[in-house]
Design a protein around this ligand. Structure first.
Ligand SMILES: C[S@@+](CC[C@H](N)C(=O)[O-])C[C@H]1O[C@@H](n2cnc3c(N)ncnc32)[C@H](O)[C@@H]1O
Length: 292
């Protein structure tokens, strides 16, 4: 598989339509991933538009950099969290900022990263391996109450308390260190009649843990406040989210920021064709605001 195929960028045409990259423009891609959106922005800001790409996953950053070398110094990698935009962004008065939140297919499909219960692997889930706490650390050290709060608040999991109790009982016997082990405990904890039909019963717990391990909502809250300061008047802030917690935060932050005007009253969704071709796009929502 070529690097380009390791992650298919979602809403590609919609991102171009709303971000409106132009010649000479300077953009931040806060979630570079495999560089799919960045490549589109660079192509549409020919011959001298620039992108500063933030990526905190070393493996993704290396692959993206190799893919984007053909653009020379028009692309600059920033190996840091987008939450550090204030300290790390090399330019003020940008012409646009893009965030495409969540995990990449490369991360999700690499069993050893521990994001998926489809294969047995160490329970890790850190997008950036320098983060101090893995999913296994949280599962084995947090109190039953704190675990239940994580599953409920970040996964909207209704069986959160029961699942946390089953985890507590299981870890008294032996530490929970693998994805399969955790998926099995969650499966046992949820009574059959409450098990979801369309998704694996452990889906919400895995999402919640990933959000907690990577402090995803804290990072998003910070960039929502800091990033608008880096936009020139008329420049656009485009954010793609994949679950309702993030979408709600983006919607509220856009509405309550007096420096921003909301351009998308309703979020932009992928077309049916896109969802068919790239099923992982199905929960994507794009919201856009413009700097006043
Ligand atoms: C959905 S993927 C982006 C894919 C990208 N748009 C593309 O077309 O290839 C999300 C990426 O954002 C990265 N990421 C998530 N949170 C981040 C953060 N706080 N700082 C920097 N990168 C982050 C992840 O490591 C992942 O590679």
């Amino acid at each position: 598989m070529t690097d380009e195929k390791l992650h298919i960028p979602v809403l590609p045409q919609e991102v171009l339509d709303w971000l409106q990259p132009k010649t000479g423009g300077r953009y931040v891609d806060g979630t570079l991933g495999l560089g799919g959106h960045t490549e589109l922005i660079l192509r549409h800001s020919d011959p001298d538009g620039q992108v500063f790409g933030f990526e905190w996953d070393h493996q993704a950053a290396q692959l993206a950099q190799a893919r984007l070398t053909k653009f020379g110094n028009r692309f600059q990698l920033i190996s840091a969290s987008y939450a550090q935009i204030e300290a790390k962004c090399p330019e003020q008065s940008l012409n646009g900022i893009l965030l495409d939140l969540g995990v990449s297919s490369l991360q999700f499909d690499s069993p050893e990263r521990g994001f998926s219960f489809m294969a047995d692997a160490p329970l890790d889930m850190r997008m950036n391996r320098k983060l101090p706490t893995s999913a296994a650390d949280l599962i084995n050290s947090l109190s039953q109450e704190d675990l239940a709060d994580i599953f409920y608040n970040y996964g909207e999991e209704r069986q959160a308390r029961r699942i946390a109790r089953f985890i507590e009982e299981a870890r008294l016997i032996q530490p929970i260190t693998s994805t399969r082990q955790l998926a099995e405990i969650v499966w046992q904890a949820i009574p059959r009649k409450y098990q979801p039909k369309k998704i694996h019963p452990a889906t919400k717990v895995f999402q919640a843990l990933r959000i907690a391990v990577n402090r995803e909502l804290d990072n998003l809250a910070k960039v929502l406040v800091d990033a608008p300061h880096f936009l020139a008047s008329g420049a656009r802030f485009c954010i793609i989210t994949f679950h309702s917690l993030e979408d709600r935060m983006v919607k509220q932050a856009f509405l309550s920021n007096p420096d921003l005007r909301v351009l998308t009253k309703k979020p932009i969704l992928p077309s049916e064709i896109e969802v068919q071709e790239n099923p992982r796009s199905r929960s994507a929502k794009l919201r856009v605001a413009e700097k006043i």
